[in-house]
Structures are given as C-alpha cells and as structure tokens.
Design a protein around this ligand. Structure first.
Ligand SMILES: *Cc1c(COP(=O)(O)O)cnc(C)c1O
Length: 223
C-alpha cells in the first residue's frame, strides 16, 4: 500500500520537486516500509517523536522538521536534522543558531510564512521577515542557512483560494530572492503543498511537497 502510494505520487511529480513523506504519528514500521520503497526524506512535527524515530531507523534518512518548534525542544533534533521548514520567529532562528553552534553544524532552515486565512497557523509576514533579515543579530548568525520559504494554505475545498495563497508564497520567495539572496544559490526552496493540494503547489512552482495521509493513510490522533 505505502509503496504503491509512493509510486503513484512520484509519477505525478516533476524532477524539480522533492517529496517529503510526512510520517508524524505513524509507527516506525510504516516508515521502514516507505524506506524500503526508496523514500529517504521524512517529515515530522514533534521533536521527541522525530528523535526517537531517528534513533532506530537507517542513518541515511534525511529528517525534515515541519511543525511549530518550541525552543526548549531544539536540542533534541539539532544533531541530525537536515532541514527545519518552520522558522516562524527571529527568536526561534536565534535559538537554532545557538544550539547548532554547540554541535559545530550549519543547519538549513526555511522561513515559514502565514499565507492562510486561519488565524491559528504559525508564520511570519513579509515585514517581519525583512526585519529579521535586516537585523544585526541575523547577520552575525554563522550556524544557520536560510534556504527558502514554507507555507500552509487554508484548509478549504476552494481551489482558487489555495492557488492564490501559493502564488502569494511564490511572490514572497521571489521578493526575498531579489532583495536579500540574489547571490546565494542555496536560497532555492519553496515548501508548499500537502496531500490535498500538492498538485496545485507543483503548478505554482513549489520545490518541496509535504505529503502525509496520501502515503500513509489517515492519521488517528486518539491512539
Ligand atoms: C501534517 C502536515 C502535512 C501533511 O499533511 P497531509 O494532509 O497528511 O498530507 C504537511 N505539512 C505540515 C506542516 C503538516 O503538519
């Protein structure tokens, strides 16, 4: 099942788009099944859950953190995390930088933007991002690399609304690229699109799609 789902999704993705298999809440056996089907990038949204899975699974897996990250949990993932999608404040970025320095690492990060209509979704707006990028504190950070942007669309069936929000995130990416990262080839990732809207995200220029339930089935939060 998982293998077939992965194959079906991969068949719809252009080469320029990387699939992050969102395995949050799923047992290690499911991740192993995806691994055996060739999947190497997994996304998790709880630090301890990700750490526990990292410890028992093959070490060539690349772990992406995609959820709201509390500063007191950073230490659990810094030794091994490949990409943090969800930098939603200057404080968090500063804390990640500090922890990464202890491990002598440069940790790749995306700035998360609030593009949805819902109040509850985390993320920066463009002004906050510019403030962060203009700050002396940011300029002195040696242990983080900003590689692009991430966002979550509104939870809705309205495809036009979702497309509009993805266009908005792409425009934010283009603005930041031009104004701050013109000479930095590492700033090249856009993380948008989930199980129900990843094909729209592909059309709107995403480079990373974060797909969970379409690979692993519906999540049960009550177990
Ligand atoms: C859970 C989650 C996903 C995957 O959601 P699905 O609808 O199951 O594909 C993607 N991104 C983030 C940030 C998530 O928390």
């Amino acid at each position: 099942m998982i293998k077939e789902n992965l194959e079906n999704i991969r068949a719809t993705l252009p080469k320029s788009v990387t699939l992050v298999a969102v395995s949050k809440t799923k047992p290690v056996s499911d991740l192993q099944e995806a691994y055996d089907a060739g999947q190497r990038i997994f996304g998790e949204n709880h630090a301890l859950e990700m750490r526990d899975k990292y410890e028992v699974l093959p070490k060539d897996i690349r772990w992406h953190f995609i959820g709201h990250l509390q500063t007191n949990k950073i230490k659990y993932i810094i030794p091994f995390v490949t990409l943090i999608h969800s930098i939603d404040s200057a404080n968090l970025l500063e804390a990640v930088n500090k922890e990464a320095a202890k491990h002598n690492r440069v940790v790749d990060c995306l700035l998360q933007f609030h593009i949805a209509q819902e109040e509850t979704k985390f993320g920066l707006d463009i002004e906050e991002a510019k403030q962060l990028l203009d700050s002396e504190a940011f300029k002195s950070m040696k242990n983080v690399c900003i590689c692009g942007v991430m966002g979550m669309a509104t939870f809705t069936d309205d495809k036009a609304e979702i497309r509009k929000e993805f266009k908005h995130l792409k425009a934010i990416f283009d603005t930041l690229k031009t104004e701050y990262f013109a000479n930095q080839t590492r700033f090249n990732e856009i993380s948008m699109g989930m199980s129900d809207d990843y094909l729209i995200a592909v059309e709107e220029g995403t480079t990373l799609v974060r797909v969970g339930s379409k690979i692993f089935g519906a999540r049960n939060y009550n177990v």
